[in-house]
Design a protein around this ligand. Structure first.
Ligand code: FAD
Length: 428
C-alpha cells in the first residue's frame, strides 16, 4: 500500500529536467551521454539559480566559469591527448543546448570559448595543411589547450565590427601588420562577449603587409592576451537580453601579438569558412536550450508545479492545451531538424546539407522566441514577473536572430538564392 502511494506521487509530477535529447531515442554513445549529462546537471543544479542575478546586473557569470573549469567542461572539445574531454561537434552542441536551458548567457559565452578549441581542433583536423604546417599547428594549439585545461584560461571570439565583415562580405577591418616575431594589431570589435573577462580574445583580423590590399583570404585567427598593452574595453552594456554576456567594445591600438598566438595557420580560417560552413551553426545550441526551457516552464506552470508559485492548476483549459500542443510541435520540429544538421557537420557538405544547416539555424533562432512568446501568452500575467525565469528566457531568445554571420535574415537570403541558383548561374 505504502509502495503504491509513493508510486502515485512519483507519477503525479513530471520530470521537467529530463535530458533534451534522450540518449536511447537519439542513439547517443555512453561517453557522449555522460558529457552531456555533466553539462545538464551543472546547469540544473548550479547555473539555474544564479541566472537571474547575472541578468539583472548584466554581470559576467565568472562563478559559472570556475565551475565549468572544475567539471572539465572548459576543455570539452580539446582532444584527449591534450587533457580535454575530446567531445566532437555533435556532443558539444548537445551539451551546450543543455546549458542554454538554464542560463542563456553562460551557454552563449561558453560557445565563444569552446569554438577557440573546436575550430583549432576537430575542425582544423578536417582541413588541408601540409605536414610541416600541421606539425606547427599541433605545437601551437598545445600551448592554448594547456592554458585552458591546467589554468582554466577563458577564450572569447570577437569578430563583429559593425559592418559587412562579420557577415562574410568583406575582409575584417581589424588589421595585423607582420613585424619581427609576430604582428601589430589595430582595430575595433563590437559586441565582444566576455570583454574584460576572457584571458584571451580570439580575434579575427586581416593580415596586411605594407602595400598590400586587404583580402578575406588573409584572415588570421589570433588569441590575443587580454592583458596585452594597447587593448581597451570601452562603452557600456545594458541590452534587452543575454545581459550576462557583457559584450562591450574592444579597441586594439598597436598591440604586439607573437607568432604563437595563431589559433589557425595562415589561410586555414578562410578554408574553414568556405569548406566547413557548420562552424557558424555553433551559436544555435544556446537557443535550442532556451526553446526547451520555455516549453518546460509552461508545462510545469500549467500543472501548478512551478516552485515559488501557488499550486494553481491551469492545464484543464482547452485553449491552453492547444497552445502547449503548438509549442510541443514547434519544439520537436526545431530539435529534429537541428539534430540532423549537427550530425552532418564536416568538410565539404553537399548543397542540401548546407541549406539544411541554414534552415536549422533559422528554426532554432526564430523558433526559440516563438515558443517563448507563446509561453508568455499561455501562462498568463503572473508568469512574466521577474521573480520567474520566463521573461528572461523570452528576452534572451530574441537575440538569436541577430547573430552574424547567420542572422535569420541572412539565412533566408541564402536559402532563397542558393535554392534557385546553382553556383555560377545568373540571369544576365
Ligand atoms: C548578445 C549578443 C552577443 C554577441 N556576442 C558576440 C561575440 O562574442 N562576438 C562577435 O563577434 N559578435 C557578437 N555579437 C554580434 C552579432 O554577431 C552581430 O555582429 C551583431 O548583432 C550585429 O549588429 P549590427 O547592428 O552591426 O547588425 P547589422 O547592421 O544587422 O549587420 C551588420 C552588417 O551585416 C550586413 N548585413 C546584415 N543584414 C544583412 C542582410 N539582411 N543582407 C545583407 N547584408 C546584411 C550589413 O553589411 C550590415 O551592415 C553578439 C550579439 C549579441 C546580440
Amino acid at each position: 500500500m505504502a509502495q503504491q502511494a509513493s508510486k502515485s506521487v512519483a507519477l503525479d509530477r513530471i520530470d521537467a529536467d529530463a535530458p533534451m535529447f534522450d540518449p536511447n531515442a537519439f542513439r547517443l554513445g555512453e561517453e557522449q551521454a555522460e558529457i552531456i549529462a555533466r553539462a545538464r546537471e551543472l546547469g540544473q543544479t548550479v547555473f539555474a539559480s544564479r541566472a537571474a542575478a547575472y541578468d539583472r546586473d548584466a554581470k559576467f557569470p565568472t562563478e559559472n566559469y570556475q565551475d565549468l573549469h572544475r567539471a572539465g567542461l572548459l576543455g570539452i572539445a580539446i582532444p584527449k591527448k591534450h587533457g580535454g574531454l575530446g567531445a566532437d561537434y555533435e556532443t558539444y552542441s548537445l551539451a551546450a543546448a543543455e546549458i542554454g536551458r538554464y542560463c542563456g548567457a553562460t551557454a552563449l559565452t561558453w560557445n565563444m570559448h569552446v569554438c577557440s578549441t573546436l575550430w583549432s581542433g576537430a575542425l582544423a583536423d578536417d582541413l588541408d595543411m601540409d605536414a610541416a604546417i600541421r606539425a606547427e599547428h599541433e605545437r601551437r594549439r598545445a600551448v592554448h589547450y594547456k592554458r585552458i585545461v591546467e589554468d582554466g584560461a577563458v577564450y572569447s571570439q570577437p569578430f563583429s565590427e559593425g559592418g559587412a565583415s562579420a557577415a562574410g562580405g568583406v575582409a575584417f577591418g581589424t588589421e595585423a601588420k607582420p613585424v619581427s616575431g609576430g604582428w601589430l594589431v589595430n582595430g575595433k570589435k563590437i559586441f565582444a562577449s566576455l570583454a574584460g573577462h576572457a584571458d584571451y580574445y580570439g580575434v579575427l583580423c586581416t593580415e596586411v603587409a605594407a602595400g598590400e590590399k586587404a583580402s578575406r583570404r588573409n584572415t588570421l585567427y589570433l588569441a590575443i592576451a587580454s592583458k596585452a598593452d594597447g587593448i581597451s574595453v570601452v562603452g557600456d552594456w545594458d541590452p534587452l537580453g543575454m545581459r550576462g554576456t557583457v559584450s562591450r567594445t574592444l579597441l586594439f591600438k598597436d598591440v604586439f601579438v607573437p607568432d604563437d598566438a595563431a589559433l589557425m595557420p595562415r589561410g586555414v580560417y578562410f578554408q574553414a569558412a568556405t569548406r566547413w560552413p557548420h562552424m557558424f551553426l555553433t551559436l544555435s545550441p544556446t537557443y535550442v536550450g532556451l526553446a526547451q526551457a520555455a516549453y518546460d516552464f509552461t508545462v510545469r506552470y500549467l500543472r501548478g508545479e512551478m516552485p515559488g508559485t501557488p499550486p494553481v492548476k491551469r492545464r484543464m483549459y482547452p485553449t491552453k492545451q492547444i497552445a502547449v500542443a503548438q509549442m510541443q510541435i514547434k519544439l520537436e520540429q526545431t530539435k529534429a531538424l537541428w539534430y540532423q544538421a549537427i550530425t552532418e557537420a564536416h568538410a565539404n557538405p553537399t548543397k542540401e546539407q548546407v541549406l539544411r544547416a541554414y534552415a536549422a539555424q533559422y528554426s532554432a533562432m526564430e523558433g526559440a522566441n516563438e515558443i517563448a512568446t507563446l509561453a508568455i501568452r499561455t501562462c498568463g500575467g503572473q508568469a512574466m514577473l521577474k521573480s520567474l525565469p520566463l521573461e528572461r528566457i523570452y528576452r534572451d531568445s530574441r537575440c538569436g536572430s541577430l547573430m552574424l554571420p547567420w542572422t535569420a535574415e541572412l539565412c533566408l537570403d541564402r536559402i532563397g538564392r542558393e535554392a534557385l541558383y546553382e553556383s555560377g548561374e545568373s540571369d544576365d
